[in-house]
Design a protein around this ligand. Structure first.
Ligand SMILES: [Zn+2]
Length: 328
């Protein structure tokens, strides 16, 4: 039976909003929606440049809405955690009164039957507003704005930065090959697969040869050497984003295994300060003791199973200028 591994990747960022988006976000905290004048038109949300010509727009803001008219919509029957509402709702293009362009937002309607092009909607504001687009929880049918909970009032300080945490969760099947590689690692064996067609050897549990499209079976397994040479490395200086557990610079190295044309990418080094890592350095695999169970499942690089990383094995460096070209 195929196993699956669920992974979540999150990446935070901050962006400075600038004079136009900053003014828009600041006004949201005061329950006001601003557009920007572009000739005879009013663009909402405001843009810094004319979308047709690219010409810079003067910061000539116009308050619009807050009510508006639905121009088009789509129903979301099963919201995900990242949607603005936790129950079925509509996404819609809403042209706020006084605007010439529609704004994209959610509408809290009871059913698709409650939705129609041309219907009137008004914002439901968050009680505590921070200068984000979701200061508007959603729009609701009718002419009347509302506030969710107690109205905490406008922010005094202008909103100049937006902090955002993007997050994606995905599920990958684990190939039987990777299962065997992880099982072998519990016995401190580095298992690879040799393509029966082209003879290339792969590590890391890849389940097929990408050149011949051969799916590997158990007969293609072979034990790989546990010594190799560093061909390339990167020093990673961690920034303290959420979930980052490293605080000091660390190395990810590419290791060319002895006697096989296999390069393992993004390998940790052990008992080797990042300032001392060199191309040509000889290293050997370091395995976790059975007590220190690790399974990083690193199909896309990194270690796998009980392999912790690589440490110097005391042999003299290999002098070969071609090593630096070996990253695959
Ligand atoms: Zn092949």
């Amino acid at each position: 039976m195929t196993r699956f591994v669920e992974s979540t990747i999150t990446f935070p960022y901050k962006r400075s909003l600038g004079p136009v988006i900053g003014a828009f976000m600041s006004a949201l905290t005061d329950k006001r929606i601003l557009g920007i004048r572009n000739g005879a038109e009013v663009i909402v949300p405001p843009m810094e440049w004319d979308p047709r010509t690219g010409a810079e727009l003067a910061p000539d803001f116009v308050e619009v809405g807050p009510a508006g008219t639905v121009e088009s919509w789509t129903w979301v029957p099963a919201p995900s955690v990242q949607h603005p509402l936790d129950r079925p709702f509509a996404f819609a293009f809403i042209r706020l009164d006084g605007a010439n362009t529609p704004m994209f937002h959610a509408i809290d309607a009871t059913s698709p039957e409650a939705m129609a092009d041309g219907m009137r909607v008004a914002p439901r504001w968050r009680g505590v507003r921070e200068g984000r687009i979701n200061d508007i929880v959603c729009f609701v049918p009718g002419e009347q704005s509302e506030v969710e909970g107690t109205d905490a009032g406008a922010q005094i300080e202008p909103v100049v930065l937006m902090e955002y945490l993007a997050s994606i969760t995905y599920v990958n099947p684990v190939s039987p090959t990777l299962d065997r590689v992880v099982d072998a690692s519990r016995e401190r064996r580095l298992l690879g697969q040799q393509c029966p067609v082209c003879g290339r050897i792969y590590a890391g549990g890849r389940g097929h040869c990408p050149i011949d499209a051969v799916v590997f079976g158990i007969d293609d397994d072979l034990d790989l050497p546990q010594t190799g040479t560093i061909t390339n490395f990167a020093i990673v200086t961690p920034t303290q984003y959420p979930g980052q557990t490293e605080t000091e610079p660390f190395v990810r190295a590419f290791v060319l295994l002895d006697g096989v044309e296999v390069v393992l990418g993004y390998q940790p080094v052990v008992e080797l300060p990042y300032t001392d890592v060199r191309v040509g350095q000889r290293v050997a695999a370091v395995w976790a003791s059975p007590a220190e169970a690790v399974d990083t499942g690193g199909q896309m690089g990194g270690t796998f199973g009980q392999l912790i990383g690589w440490m110097p094995n005391g042999e003299p460096d290999i002098e070969n200028p071609d090593l630096v070209n070996r990253i695959f």
